[in-house]
Every structure is written in C-alpha cells, then in structure tokens.
Design a protein around this ligand. Structure first.
Ligand code: NAD
Ligand code: USQ
Length: 384
C-alpha cells in the first residue's frame, strides 16, 4: 500500500514510517519540523539526541537498505498539501501532523491561536486535497481520548444510542475537552464527519490515549531513535516521570493525582495503526477507534515508575505538587475499546515492560535531561 505520513518527523511518525516500510508498504512522509522549533522555544530538547531528517533517512537506508521518501513543507499551506497529495496519490494518509501539547496551547492567545490554526487548517487542507486527488483513499486521523473529557458515565467509541422524549437515535457522544489543544481535535472530528458526509471520504478517527516509551524494534541503533520529551509542555506525565527519576528529581503527579487516562506502549501503537491501515473502512464509511491498553491515575503511574526506578537503583521519590491545570482530579473513567480487538489487536507490552526499556535507555542520556532540568517544573497555569 502507498502510505503517506503527515508529521513523519514526530514521536509517533518516525517510528511508524520505519515500521510500515519494514512491512513492505511504500512510505512517504511530510513534516515542517515545527515540533523541534516549538520544543526549543520552551527551552528544552529531546532527551534522546535525534538526528536531522536527512541523517535519519541515510541511517535507515544504511541499516535496512530500504528507502523512505520525505517532503519538507507546511500542512497549513494549501498549495503544498495539494501538490504532495496529487504527486503521491496515496492509498492511505496517516495524519499525525498536528501540535499535540495541551499546556503549550494554554500559554497565551498566540499559542492558542497557533495551535488551533495549525491543527484545524492543516487537517482541512488534507481533506480538500483528498477530495480533489484521491477521493477513495483512507484517512487515518489522530484524535485523542481527551476529546471526550471525563464524563460520569462509560465512554463508547464515538457514537452512542440515546432515547430522548420518547425517540431514539445514534448520535456522536458528547465531547468535553479540557484544553485549547484538545478542542482542536474536537473541531477536526466535526470537520472530518462533515467531509465524510458530503464527499464520502473514508476515515478512521482514532481517539488515542497517551503513548509512552522510546524504542521500537526498528530502532536498531541510536541514529534511528525517536524523540522523547520531558519538559512541562511537550513531555507527557509518564515520560516526564521516567526522566525525573533518571535525574533524581521528585516525580510530580499534579494535585490529588487521581486524574485517569488510557495508556498505550509506543510499540503497540504501531500495531494499532497497522491494523487500521491494513483493514480500511468500507467505501464512504466514517469509523471511530478508541486506542489504549490500560488505564491509570497519575498517582498509579508515578508508583509504577517509582517501582521500576528503584529496581534500577534510582530513588524515584514522589511529590504531589499543586495542579497547574483545571481538571477533575478524581473521576469515573470507563472507556470502551472493542473495535481494535475485533480486528485482531492484542496488547503485547504492559506499562511495566515498557518502563524497563525506557528508563535504562534514558539513563544513557542523563546529561541531556540534567542540562534542561529547569524545564521540568510547570509554569503554565490553566486558570486566569
Ligand atoms: P509530534 O509533535 O512528535 O509529531 C507531530 C509532527 O507533526 C511533528 O514532527 C511536527 O513537526 C509535525 N507538524 C505539526 N504541524 C505541522 C504542519 N503544519 N505541517 C507539517 N508538519 C507539522 O506528536 P506525536 O506525539 O507524534 O503525536 C502525533 C499525533 O498523535 C498528534 O496529532 C497528537 O495530537 C496525536 N496523539 C498523540 C498522543 C501521544 O501520546 N503522543 C496521544 C494521543 C494523540
Ligand atoms: N500530569 C501530572 N504530572 C505531570 C504532568 C501531567 O500529574 O508532571 C497529569 C495532567 O494533569 C493530566 C494527566 O497527567 O491529568 C495527563 O497529562 P499528560 O501531559 O500526560 O497528557 P495530556 O495533556 O492529556 O496530553 C497527552 C498528549 C496529547 C494526547 C493526550 C491523550 O500530549 O497529544 O492527545 O495525551 S489523552 O490524555 O487521552 O487526551
């Protein structure tokens, strides 16, 4: 299959490009390298010393004798997106090319607007280019479990049956996102459903939980590593806890630490994407997959990281600090996850398995985390 990955320089995109190529797909990618700039802007860098895209492509060729094609460009530029989609005519576009940080979008008006413009406009440009050049292709679009928020009832996969004033319908499940970033994903969802309705674009809208870990089997040497962030904006709680443990910083669950999310190992997220790509939706179908393996609260995560850190001779002390975010710190969380297992997905890596790979790998790069220690404690406040 001819697969185009939007956001191929990113945490997931680089790992996915190699994974799909290794399975025999023809893979090309697009990126504007903005993740690198945005992390630099907040004063940090990847704990893993990632190579430039040119070096990555050369290292991949050297290690495997396989090629990946790459286009540097911005998805918010309509003519660029039109051109690459027209040239490549992909069977499937995996859209990972958005700004993924909730705290970054909450810094101020310009970061909110940058995130919203980048994500919503880039996605719309892909939809229009698909309509014009590959109307029968499959769009695998990355949304987030955070679109649903934390309702006090079970969370279905996208839609639910509802009875209201004696009548029944199947409707989109209510979205209650918790940041300007998470809102971009909700806006994308409505735009995607509309494009599906009017143009019949076949789509898988993936509501993905937090992905963690740093290595996949394709990263046979460190020139092929993917990025791993630990600053307050681009580092997720679990990746931050791992980096914190490595440099002897206290692990920082926010507030009461009861905020619960779905988690998925990087290596298993490759399996999920591949299942979705190789089992495309029917013509004109719009489907939603919730994508995660296990659910944990921030406190439970910190305890797991602390346990593995201690096995490795690190201290792993936990310190619940005041929560800079506005969010439920104790809540019900019971999302469904049936569609991927129905297509054959089997979780293979537990959170602890992954931590036993991630933390030792980070220990090799302890100096890089230490050098940016000032980026660990949160400064961005959700409320006025
Ligand atoms: P990432 O920032 O590492 O990767 C995104 C890539 O897209 C970056 O390399 C960035 O430079 C590129 N990009 C952004 N805007 C672009 C534009 N306008 N034009 C071209 N390239 C652009 O993020 P990630 O962690 O790999 O996440 C990928 C996607 O998955 C995002 O949409 C994110 O919201 C979603 N997601 C990620 C997670 C997670 O835990 N990593 C969880 C749920 C959903
Ligand atoms: N948290 C802590 N301590 C920290 C950092 C975060 O307790 O040091 C807490 C947060 O308050 C939050 C939870 O951990 O309650 C998750 O935060 P996070 O930064 O790990 O993840 P989040 O902001 O939700 O965003 C991440 C990705 C995003 C993706 C989302 C999936 O950055 O791209 O969309 O996870 S989900 O969480 O399911 O919405």
């Amino acid at each position: 299959m001819n697969v185009m990955i939007m956001g191929m320089d990113g945490y997931l995109g680089w790992a996915l490009g190699m994974y799909l190529r290794g399975r025999g797909h023809d893979v090309c990618g697009v990126d504007n390298m903005s993740r690198r700039r945005n992390v630099h802007e907040v004063g940090s860098w990847s704990a893993t010393p990632i190579k430039t895209m040119k070096e990555r492509l050369e290292a991949y060729k050297k290690a495997t004798d396989r090629d990946l094609r790459f286009y540097k460009g911005d998805l918010t530029e309509e003519s660029f997106v039109d051109l690459v989609v027209k040239k490549e005519k992909p069977d499937c576009i995996v859209h990972l090319g958005e700004i993924p940080s909730a705290p970054y979008s909450m810094i101020d008006a310009s970061h909110c607007n940058y995130t919203q413009m980048n994500n919503i406009v880039g996605h719309n440009n892909i939809l229009f280019a698909m309509k014009d050049h590959v109307p029968k292709a499959h769009l695998l679009k990355l949304g987030t479990m955070g679109e649903y928020g934390t309702p006090d009832i079970d969370i279905p996969e996208g839609f639910f049956e509802i009875e209201y004033r004696g009548r029944k319908d199947k409707l989109p499940f209510p979205r209650q996102p918790g940041s300007w970033y998470h809102l971009t994903k909700v806006h994308d969802t409505w735009n995607l459903m509309f494009a599906n309705k009017i143009w019949g674009i076949a789509a898988t809208d993936v509501m993905q939980g937090v992905v963690h870990g740093v290595k996949t089997e394709d990263m046979v040497n460190d020139d092929l590593l993917t990025r791993f962030d630990f600053d307050e904006c681009f580092g997720t709680a679990i990746n931050r806890f791992c980096a914190q443990a490595v440099v002897g910083h206290d692990l920082t669950p926010y507030g009461k630490g009861g905020q619960t999310r779905g988690y998925l190992a990087l290596r298993d997220s490759m399996q999920c994407f591949t299942i979705a790509i190789e089992n495309p939706p029917d013509e004109r179908e719009y489907r939603v997959f919730n994508q995660f393996e296990e659910t944990y609260s921030a406190n439970e995560l910190a305890e797991k990281v602390s346990k593995v850190a201690q096995e490795l001779g690190l201290e792993g002390k936990i310190w619940n600090i005041p929560n800079p975010r506005l969010e439920a710190e104790e809540h019900y969380y019971e999302p469904d996850m049936k569609h991927l297992p129905n297509l054959g997905f089997k979780p293979t890596y537990t959170l602890e398995d992954e931590l036993r790979i991630t933390i030792p790998k980070l220990m090799e790069y302890k100096d890089r985390i230490e050098a940016k220690r000032g980026c660990i404690m949160p400064k961005v406040k959700w409320t006025a």
